[in-house]
Each structure stands twice: as C-alpha cells, then as structure tokens.
Design a protein around this ligand. Structure first.
Ligand SMILES: [Zn+2]
Ligand SMILES: [Zn+2]
Length: 784
C-alpha cells in the first residue's frame, strides 16, 4: 500500500485575479518542488499543493511576502486537501478555470513598472524606446476593455496580432508577460505619430522619433494634444507664462488649476514640498495627481497661470512609457490637463481630438490603441495624516471596496449616485464596485458615457440588480433614470437622502458593521435635497445604516436667484446680510465699505422683493453657500465663480499655517426642538473687520476657525446629549484641509473618534457607495 504524500488546499482571498497571481504561484511552487495546481474561482484563488509540510510552509510564506505588485491579499487559509478530491498530480499546473460562476471583474490600470521602465531604457532590449511596453504588473486594463472574459479579444488590443516573440512570452508561465493581455512590441503593437492641425503626419527625417519631436515642440512653446492611457491631454511648458495663458484662453478654462507632470520627484521638489507619504503616492501603481503645497527648494517658479490664486500644485509622475519617453527630453514640468473645452468630458478618440481640440492644440501626438473607457486622472491630497481621494478614476477604479460585517447576504444592488461628480456603484459578493468619476450629468456627452459605462460594468460583473437606488432629488437625471429602470424591469426602488448617503459612505469604508450603533454624522457640502423638500448642506445627523435623524443644522438662508447663487457668490453675501440686518441700517453703519457700495449698485429693491416673496430664492442650510458668502464679502470671487467651490478653495489658500486668530463667533439656537447654527454674530464682526481694514488673510483664518469652533462645539453638545462617541465627517466642504484637520484635531482632544473619507471622495463622488449600503441595510432588515 502506498502512502499518499502530504497535501494541502490553500485559499487566497483579496485582489488576486487578473494581476498575474497564478503564474507567481506557479513559479513559487516549482521553486519549492511541489506538485499540484492553481486556479481562480468565485472567491479568489485556490491552490492544491502536494509535497512536504515544510515545502508548503515555504510556498505560503513566499505568497504572503512576495505577491505580484498589483495584488492585495486579504487572507490565506490552509487546510487539508480532501483525499477524494486529490487528482494524481505529476507536475504543478495552472488551470484555466474550474467550475462555478467566476466574477473576475477587472483590475485598475497601472503605471509602468520598474522592470518595463528598464526595458525601454535598454538599447539592447527589443522594446527599447517602445511607448506601449507593459507586462502583467503594469499597463492598461479598464481603459481598453470592452467585455468579459478579460482577454485580448475583448480589448482594443484585439486588432494587434502578437508576433512570435510576444506570443512566446505570453504563453510562458515563467515570463513576466504571461497572459499580459495588452502585451506588444514595436513589431506587432500600437504605434505613435505626430500630426499637425490638418491631420497630416509630420515626419522630420527617417530616424525622427515622434515623441522626441513632440518634446521639442513643447520646449518651443507649442500646445500639444497627447493621447495617453485614459484620455487625451493638452500639454504645454509649465514654465512658459505666455503659452499657459494661451492654453487657458483657448480652452476657456480661466480659473481651475492645471495639473502638472514632472520627470521625477527631484523635479517636483524644485516647486513644491513633498513628504515621504506624498512621494510614495506619486510613485504608486495608481500614480494619481497629488495636491502639494507650493514652495520648493529653488527660487524657480512655474507660470502663475498654472494655478492662479492657489497655494497648491497638482503634480503627477509619468505613468505610461510614452510619458516617460516624453519627459526625458524636458527640463521642467509640463501642464497636462484634460483634453476638452471648458466643462466637456475629456476626449478619448483620435477623431474627437481633432474635432473638439482644433483651435486649442497646435500639434497632436496620437496612437492607434483605442481608448475604450475614459479614465480621468485621479486626484489625491494628504490631509490629517491620510491620503484622501478627491477624484477617483484612473488607477483606482474599479477596485472593489469590501463591505463591512453584516452585509454578506445583501442582494445585487445598483446605486446611481448624484448629479455632479457622479459615480455609480454595484454591490455583489459582499463588495462595492464604484465606477470611475463620470463627471457632471449636465453635459450630453457625459450622459452618453454614463449609460455606456453602466452597461459595461453590468456586463463585466455579470450584474443583474434586484434593487436600484437613487437620491431624493426628483430633478437629478440619475433619479429619473433609476425610477424608469425600476418600473421597466420591475425592480425595487430605494431612495436615500443625500447627506445620509454621504455619512453612510464614510461608515462603510471605515468598516463599521451593519448593526453599529448610531454615529453623529456631520455633513457639510453644497446642496442636497432634504427630507422636508428644502435644500440642506450643513447637517448634524444621528445616523445608522438604515435611518437618520436631523439633530442640528445651519440656519437656512436664501439662495438669491436660485442656481445663479452658485456662480455669483455676492448673491449669497447679500442674502446673508439681508437675513440678519435691514439694508438701511447697513448703509447707515457700513455705507463706506467697498462691499456695501458694491452690493448697493445691484438692484437691491428688486432683490429684497424676491427675498420677501420667496421668488427664485430657495432656502438652503448649505455650508458651501456660507463659504461663498464670506469669500465674496472679503473680496474673493465676488462677482463670479467659474465652478462650485472655487471661492472656498481660494479662501482656504489665503490661510497660512501660523495664523493665530480668534474665530468669528456663532450662536446655537434651539428652535422647535432642533439646534440651529446662526451666523449673525459672525457677520457683525466681519463687517467690523472690513471697516478696520483687517487683511483678507486674517478674516479668512478667523472664518475657518469660527466654523471649526461652531462645528466641534455643536458636535460635543450633541454627542453628550445623544450618548454618541463616533463622529463621521463627510460632504464636499470637508475637502478643505484647514477645516478637516481643525475639526478632527479638536474632536480627538475631546476624546471623540472622528472618521472621515479616504478611499472614496468626501464630495458627491462618494454618494453612490453610501446609497448602496443604506439600501442594502434596509433590504436586509426587511428580509432577515
Ligand atoms: Zn511592467
Ligand atoms: Zn511583438
């Protein structure tokens, strides 16, 4: 009788599919001289290992310590291999798939790995200077996929037949390019070329390298459209004031800061402060734009027009071979901003790049690998010690977020998000898959893309929702589509209040279980529809996943002129002043103030009438509008703001770290059992400061401190009264660093535990996750 050798079955959970995990295990197993097999199933990766216990220990250890770069291991479980399930292994093999419903999904696009960087720098390598070099550990993924199963035929690499050399790599488990679907080389893969505005290719000599030529044009002050990984960018020399100004005019983007690309961290340090944490983010496989504090080691400055009125700069490092090869020829950073006109989505196709960017770009650096899915550059900022997602797209989406305890029985859910900065979210297999940043659903091109992406994600994840979730706001397009989808397909429809979703989103990413006791949620943002049909945005809520109760809020103030108030901040200033004071009294006491004279030149009588009769002046308890009102009062973006939040961002930029001021006062009133934060005392002191000629920086600092004190004071009171100890901060206004850090620090000093968003944005980009978990919790409560 032969004794069967020692054998185990090992389960690996986490992000382990589509990242080169099986060949890595195959290599390790061979190194450990084990027999057996590795394959994917619905829950991750399974390994049969046959050999000695010590060899299997070594295999498990290697997997844990040296997983492939793009993998994320959540757990390794070892157990005996059931004898009846033990085939007679004669070698260690990779099995394509074994039964079951495989939900491989798709991994995010990843920046060029160091091995591929070496390949393109090595004159002896066959990929020397090849701009589309990639491997299992790097390269395009979501940006090129059309459908599952994820293999070459369902991506935009389908039209490029691999040459023999590439195919040999692709089929060799020992090779770094084993099953790398976008694998390519100069002989068989995509090509890059340079065009002029007429679409004619520029040659510049037989040996001319179009990427090097493009760099020369940038150096000479030209504006280039450059097709990258997830879209077409507009690029120019960031040190050339005239060309940056020209780009602003041509693109009709007058205020929003431009993103920058630098060759390496050393180049960034010439212009901005860079911590180790920030450097690690820049070099990560997601390679996002990282918002950094201006002030480098050298006197050298970039063009003022790169980030007018800002104290920060958004930098990224090269993340494709094309970018690496381009940046090699440049001695200072380039602007690399989305290729579009004003608020349109970034263009992705060669033809659209000519249609939409003619008159903006001088030259086009294009290639023939089609971008299937638009992926904007992600934006991250380190605040209160942690990286915070401001825009989640390339490099992060569609990596799933694990749902906390208690959600494993949730049905398939589709949450459609909000209106601005939209994302949508799919729940399945105890995970939330959040789409990349879609943009504002006000633009017809964005809307088309939203529907296309929704269809793609549902196909990629084989997602057939039982439940559709929307915001309360009846006019959001996403709400209307959700209602339509639910009625057409007979699905359940769940509606989730905007600020409840903001707070629940943050609870979920921090792993608060489904039955976690209520938390104090503080949602500070622009606008969201409240339960009472009025607009909210400065909210203190008692929140659990299923429900919430409004405990306190900012005093509602009119948005004079409705939506106009978002783009003409002075309207908010006037509304605040008129809600607290008589216009005649203001003229009498502060008539010499430039602010009052400015407002007096507006049709005050008409505006007062509008307020009195409530015509086109909806009340909003919005924190964002308070920021706008104060910013306009101290002279920031008073007449016009080109985007929501611009005034608040510019006001934050005024504050220096050292400013020691007293905050503006507030008043907390109890009205009909609800606390209301009133800013009347603030406005009186602010007007006095203006009369005394106090500098704007000081007023901005006093305002931020005043809000921090008001918010933490109110939080303390409510926590005590309601016996709450966890405070969850969310909403777009918490993307303000001074506010987030100030509130968090003070709450911690009081022994509270503040939580704030990290992996999903605090702004409306995080709504879809919150909607999904609230709907899931309600469904589970009803059925379990
Ligand atoms: Zn690579
Ligand atoms: Zn090839």
């Amino acid at each position: 009788m032969t004794v069967k050798p020692y054998a185990e079955r090992i389960r690996v959970r986490g992000l382990v599919q589509g990242v080169g995990f099986r060949p890595t295990v195959w290599n390790f197993a061979n190194r450990c001289q084990l027999l057996g097999a590795v394959w994917n199933d619905a829950e991750g990766v399974l390994i049969d290992a046959v050999g000695s216990k010590s060899a299997i220990d070594r295999l498990a250890d290697l997997i844990a310590r040296q997983p492939p770069p793009l993998a994320r291991i959540d757990g390794i479980e070892r157990g005996p291999l059931p004898p009846d399930e033990r085939p007679d292994y004669t070698r260690f093999e990779i099995i394509e798939s074994r039964g079951g419903d495989i939900h491989t999904g798709i991994v995010p696009d990843a920046a060029t790995c160091s091995a591929c960087q070496q390949d393109i720098q090595d004159p002896a390598n066959r990929r020397y200077r090849y701009p589309f070099t990639n491997c299992t550990h790097c390269g395009p993924r979501l940006s090129i996929v059309r459908a599952i199963p994820y293999d070459r035929a369902t991506t935009s690499m389908a039209e490029f037949q691999q040459c023999e050399a590439c195919l040999a790599e692709y089929t060799d488990p020992a090779d770094r390019r084993f099953h790398a679907q976008p694998n390519a080389c100069p002989d068989c893969g995509p090509q890059v070329w340079l065009e002029n505005a007429a679409g004619e290719r520029l040659h510049g000599g037989s040996e001319a390298d179009p990427v090097e030529q493009a760099a020369g044009l940038l150096n000479a002050g030209a504006i280039l459209a450059i097709k990258g990984l997830g879209g077409v960018h507009l690029a120019c020399d960031a040190g050339n004031e005239a060309v940056v100004a020209a780009l602003r005019t041509r693109k009709r983007r007058y205020h929003k800061p431009f993103a920058l690309m630098a060759t390496d961290p050393a180049m960034i340090r010439r212009y901005a402060r860079l911590s180790d944490q920030e450097e690690a983010l820049l070099k990560s496989s997601a390679a996002p734009i990282v918002i950094l504090q201006q002030g480098g080691e050298e006197e050298e400055r970039l063009a003022y027009q790169v980030a007018p009125g800002q104290q920060s700069l958004g930098f990224m490092l090269p993340y494709t071979p094309l970018h690496h090869l381009l940046m090699e020829h440049l001695s200072r950073p380039i602007v690399l901003t989305s290729g579009n006109q004003s608020d349109e989505p970034q263009v992705i196709s060669n033809s659209a790049s000519h249609e939409r960017l003619s008159g903006i770009a001088d030259y086009w650096l294009l290639h023939d690998r089609e971008i299937v899915n638009r992926l904007d550059d992600s934006v991250v900022r380190v605040m209160d010690g942690h990286a915070r997602m401001l825009r989640r797209a390339r490099g992060y989406a569609p990596a799933p977020v694990a749902l906390p305890d208690g959600f494993s029985q949730a049905p398939a859910i589709l949450a459609l998000g909000g209106e601005l900065k939209n994302t949508f979210c799919l729940v399945r297999d105890n995970q939330a898959i959040i789409s990349q940043h879609m943009g504002d659903l006000e633009n017809s091109a964005t809307i088309r893309e939203y529907h296309r992406s929704l269809a793609l994600y549902r196909q990629l994840y084989q997602h057939d929702p039982a439940l559709v979730v929307v915001d309360y706001h009846p006019n959001y397009l996403s709400t209307q589509w959700g209602q339509q989808m639910a009625s057409e397909h007979g699905l359940q429809l769940e509606t989730v209040q905007h600020h409840h979703a903001h707070i629940a989103s943050c609870m979920a990413e921090h792993g608060l279980g489904r039955d976690h006791p209520a938390v104090l949620g503080i949602a500070l943002d622009g606008l969201g529809m409240g339960e009472d049909g009025s607009l909210w945005g400065g909210e203190f809520l008692s929140v659990n996943y299923c429900d919430f109760r409004r405990l306190a809020h900012f005093k509602p103030t009119a948005m004079l002129g409705g939506a106009k108030a978002m783009y003409e901040p002075w309207r908010n200033t006037l509304a605040y002043l008129l809600s607290e004071f008589e216009w005649e009294a203001l003229l009498q006491n502060y008539g010499k103030l430039e602010l009052i004279q400015f407002l007096d030149a507006k049709p005050i009588a008409n505006l007062q009438q509008m307020l009195a009769r409530g015509i086109n002046s909806p009340l909003a308890s919005s924190c964002g509008r308070l920021f706008d009102a104060v910013a306009a009062a101290i002279g920031i973006c008073r007449e016009q703001a080109s985007h929501e939040g611009q005034a608040a961002i510019e006001m934050e930029a005024l504050i220096s770290q050292q400013s020691q001021q007293s905050g503006y006062p507030h008043r907390l009133e109890l009205i009909d059992g609800q606390y209301v934060l009133s800013w009347r005392p603030l406005w009186r002191e602010l007007l006095d400061d203006l009369a005394q000629g106090v500098p704007a920086e000081t007023m901005a600092a006093r305002f931020h401190l005043g809000v921090i004190e008001a918010v933490t004071g109110t939080a303390m009171l409510l926590c005590q009264q309601q016996q709450l100890d966890t405070v969850v901060l969310s909403g777009g206004v918490f993307q303000n660093r001074v506010l987030l850090e100030g509130v968090s620090e003070r709450l911690r000093q009081q022994g509270l535990n503040p939580l704030s968003p990290r992996v999903v944005p605090a702004n409306d980009g995080g709504l879809s996750l919150g909607q999904a978990v609230v709907a899931a919790a309600r469904w589970l409560n009803r059925t379990c």
